[in-house]
Ligand binder design. Structure first.
Ligand code: AMP
Length: 114
């Protein structure tokens, strides 16, 4: 997608602090971290949001979480805990329309519900 900032990061067209990359996903540090660890894990192919997922993306979505687990270990937060967030659509506050999994940790967080 020509105007997608995360497609440009995946393509190496704009700078970012990439912590993992392979043929399916790219992970990079969030430019405005909300915790000591704040990494975004994105599919390399453009998928705007969960609303656009197709049946053939099932494996890819599982793989996003496998990469997240490895990165949580790498960051030293697997045991202390972390939060996984995927925002979808206006009510969630989704700002970038390229599906991304937030891996957030390294500090105690308040419960987000209620
Ligand atoms: P969301 O609200 O779920 O769409 O989250 C978008 C996230 O992308 C925010 O946490 C932003 O700080 C982050 N972000 C936006 N532009 C960049 C960028 N160029 N590099 C890294 N993170 C970014």
């Amino acid at each position: 997608m020509a105007d997608c900032i995360f497609c440009k990061i995946v393509a190496g067209e704009i700078p970012s602090e990439i912590v993992f990359k392979d043929d399916r996903v790219t992970a990079f540090r969030d430019i405005h971290p909300v915790a000591p660890t704040h990494i975004l894990i994105v599919p390399n192919k453009h998928i705007a949001s969960i609303n656009e997922l197709q049946p053939e993306d099932e494996g890819l979505m599982g793989y996003l979480f496998t990469v997240e687990r490895k990165l949580a270990e790498q960051e030293g937060i697997a045991q202390s805990g972390f939060r996984s967030i995927i925002n979808t659509g206006p009510d969630s506050g989704q700002e970038v329309h390229h599906l991304h999994l937030h891996l957030i940790g390294g500090q105690r967080m308040r419960h987000p519900m209620g």
